[in-house]
Design a protein around this ligand. Structure first.
Ligand code: ZN
Length: 149
């Protein structure tokens, strides 16, 4: 039987005639990091929780571990209480939010929302507005964070 169902095309979405285009989304650039060396292995691997790091053996610090480690962080480590402590530097926090979301592309607004919820009860209110996050996202090259084209 032929599948003649017409697929709804992405292009059908009406063009946003607003002043500003859609907010850029950001990810941790795994592919780019693989090409440029193994720094992301450490960057990601060390963001796991204590028990996950303890479970490592020496051979597991390979580039191929980046994706599984991100998955592990998203499903486990990000749920631990000290994953996003309220005194975490913001760039570090942004990186952890991206990893905690499984490296799903996120906008500055998305990240801002996660952090304001996470830190809503903190005794030391911090400016985690999307404007601040956006500025940091654009200068987070050290964390291999890049805008999705
Ligand atoms: Zn863990």
């Amino acid at each position: 039987m032929a599948r003649d169902q017409t697929r709804i095309e992405q292009e059908e979405r009406p063009d946003d005639a607003e002043d500003q285009g859609p907010s850029p989304q950001y990810v941790v650039d795994i592919g780019g990091a693989e090409a440029s060396g193994r720094s992301l292995v450490l960057l990601v691997g060390t963001r796991r929780c204590y028990s996950c790091i303890q479970a490592d053996d020496e051979q597991t610090s390979a580039v191929s571990k980046v994706r599984p480690n991100i998955k592990r962080i998203a499903t486990h480590c990000a749920q631990t209480s000290d994953y996003l402590l309220q005194d975490t530097p913001l760039k570090e926090a942004i990186f952890r939010v991206l990893l905690g979301g499984g490296n799903r592309p996120m906008t500055a607004e998305d990240i801002s929302q996660v952090l304001s919820e996470k830190w809503a009860m903190t005794a030391y209110p911090r400016d985690v507005s999307s404007r601040v996050i956006q500025r940091l996202l654009d200068s987070s090259g050290a964390y291999c964070i890049t805008a999705v084209p």
